[in-house]
Design a protein around this ligand. Structure first.
Ligand SMILES: NC(=O)c1ccc[n+]([C@@H]2O[C@H](COP(=O)([O-])OP(=O)(O)OC[C@H]3O[C@@H](n4cnc5c(N)ncnc54)[C@H](OP(=O)(O)O)[C@@H]3O)[C@@H](O)[C@H]2O)c1
Length: 259
């Protein structure tokens, strides 16, 4: 994943994140049990949000939730596979019975097999990656966005990747299911932002490229920490909405990057 970073992009807002600014907000984080999703969960909880972590592995979900709770932060865990619509129906029913989410971070994701050029990709590998990375984002939006649209209050942040861009270091070959799943996430983001009025009706929908981060997916030699990758998620989740707010975009380090 080298070469993902985009240093020319212009930061649109340098303001510090304010502890307590997300008090009374409820954030759902898919893939919150590990990596960038966990860093985002911790960061959102430190800003005051009640963070609901979703992951497929029950032990990882429990560990992550307990780490937040042990620091006096508000968190609950839910086990579900984002690629399975019926499991997301069950998880969302549990959540919506108790909470009104105002933030959704879609971080659950998997990498392609390293050999997965298009003609080397099996049908099973294609389906595995697309069903988690792209269908999983739709499945979570399908169950959690309606309440945000109804209440006219939502921040939806989709973890994309610069490997999914149609420009720059984007879709240049290799890792086909991964790159194409993220290109799909970009399209879903722009399309859903348009459908929700591009911010005019209280809901902001954006994608981020966290760049190459040290996680189970990114590996130990990545140049950035998971916390650095998550910082723009926290900023997007905390943004106030006004005439100048830009949404329906791909962000990296608080800067807009071309799709
Ligand atoms: N790390 C990077 O360098 C990098 C760069 C660009 C973009 N990204 C994107 O950032 C996001 C997070 O990546 P990461 O590096 O933090 O990955 P990671 O460390 O491998 O963590 C992946 C997370 O996704 C969850 N997950 C995977 N499949 C799932 C499923 N079917 N249902 C529910 N949860 C599932 C995992 O939960 P379990 O513990 O239950 O498996 C885990 O919490 C991904 O979308 C990735 O594509 C990462």
């Amino acid at each position: 994943m080298s070469g993902e970073h985009n240093p020319e992009a212009v930061v649109v807002d340098n303001s510090a994140l304010v502890p307590g600014s997300l008090t009374n907000q409820v954030a759902v984080v898919t893939g919150g049990s590990r990596g960038i999703g966990f860093a985002a969960s911790l960061g959102l909880a430190k800003l005051g949000a009640h963070v609901l972590i979703i992951g497929q592995n029950a032990e990882n979900v429990t560990n992550a939730t307990q780490q937040l709770q042990s620091q006096g932060l508000l968190s609950d865990g839910f086990v579900g596979d984002v690629s399975k619509p019926e499991q997301m129906d069950q998880v969302s029913a549990q959540i919506l019975n108790r909470f009104t989410p105002t933030i959704l971070v879609n971080s659950a994701g998997v990498m392609s097999e390293k050999t997965a050029k298009t003609l080397k990709t099996s049908v099973e590998e294609w389906d595995r990656v697309l069903s988690i990375n792209l269908n999983g984002v739709f499945n979570a939006i399908r169950v959690f966005a309606p309440i945000m649209v109804e209440k006219r209050n939502g921040r939806i942040i989709n973890l994309s990747a610069c490997l999914g861009r149609m420009s720059g270091p984007g879709t240049n070959g290799g890792l086909a299911p991964y790159r194409i799943s993220k290109a799909g996430v970009n399209a879903l983001t722009k399309n859903f932002a348009a459908e929700t009025g591009n911010g005019k009706r209280g809901v902001l929908v954006d994608a981020i490229c966290p760049a190459h981060c040290q996680t189970d997916m990114g590996g130990p030699d990545a140049p950035r920490s998971a916390e650095q990758g998550a910082e723009t998620i926290l900023w997007l989740a905390s943004r106030n909405l006004n005439e100048q707010t830009q949404t329906g975009l791909l962000w990296e380090d608080r800067a807009i990057v071309p799709w």
